[in-house]
Design a protein around this ligand. Structure first.
Ligand SMILES: [Zn+2]
Length: 254
């Protein structure tokens, strides 16, 4: 069985009741932390020992997707520790950026506990139970969309992206697409080009032919029911909201 647990899903910033973006994918004995948004490290620790993570995967370096990586760093370097180094897959340019915040030169303990490796659109990596494939996301900093194939099924994750990304191709026929739906309503000329509307998320789910669409990263103040109905106007399949604490299972045998 493969599962996706929502650690946090608030768009752009944590709220009092919902951390920023962070997700846990588990397959067999492997566990993957997808995005390390603000507040998600402690939620991660409620489900798995962070010292036993198979890998962390960051879609991009915006703080609402990356800041809690330093929670993992501290846990491994100065706290209970674990099996190190933990592989951390990041987009182009992010490795140096993340290390510089920790003031980590080449010999620094940061690099003893975290093994940062940069991935590019079109590349794929196998770690533990899963093979991950990456595509281009449309965002102001280098960002990727991610597909994870496990023995039980497949999950795709948009990270943050505007229209025009590789997401529909990367997510082709997946069991579950976790897609940002930051913006409510119809896209206008002045609409921010680096995030998706809920309708666009629905359209991508249709194009990719996914089984379940889980919408996430709704901007603060967006009505979740409205977002679901706008996505549903474009996608006939099952649509769920990425509420914190929710777990979705794939390939469950009955
Ligand atoms: Zn972003």
């Amino acid at each position: 069985m493969t599962s996706l647990t929502i650690l946090g899903s608030a768009g752009g910033a944590p709220t009092r009741t919902n951390p920023a973006s962070g997700y846990l994918v588990q397959s067999g004995s492997s566990s993957y932390w997808l995005d390390a948004g603000t507040g998600t490290f402690m939620q991660l620790a409620r489900h798995v020992d962070p010292g036993l993570l198979t890998a962390a995967v960051l879609s991009h370096i915006h703080v609402d997707h990356s800041s809690d990586l330093y929670g993992l760093y501290g846990y491994l370097a100065f706290g209970p520790s674990g099996i190190v180094p933990v592989p951390v897959l990041v987009p182009t340019g992010a490795a140096e950026h993340l290390a510089s915040f920790a003031r980590a030169g080449d010999e620094h303990v940061f690099h003893s506990v975290l093994d940062l490796a940069e991935v590019t659109p079109g590349s794929s990596v196998s770690i533990g139970d899963a093979t991950m494939r990456f595509g281009n996301a449309v965002h102001p900093v280098p960002a990727v969309v991610t597909r994870i194939d496990t023995p039980d099924g497949s999950i795709a994750y948009s990270g943050d992206t505007g229209p025009g990304s590789d997401l529909a191709q990367v997510a082709a026929d997946v069991d579950l697409l976790l897609c940002e739906a930051t913006i409510a309503g119809v896209r206008e000329d002045h609409t921010y080009p680096y995030h998706l509307t809920a309708a666009e998320a629905g359209r991508i789910a249709s194009e990719a032919g996914v089984l379940i669409l889980v919408i996430t990263h709704l901007a603060y103040g967006v009505d979740p029911d409205r977002a679901v109905s706008e996505a549903a106007a474009e996608f006939d399949g099952e649509i769920r909201l990425a509420a914190p604490g929710t777990t979705f299972t794939i390939g469950e045998t009955t």
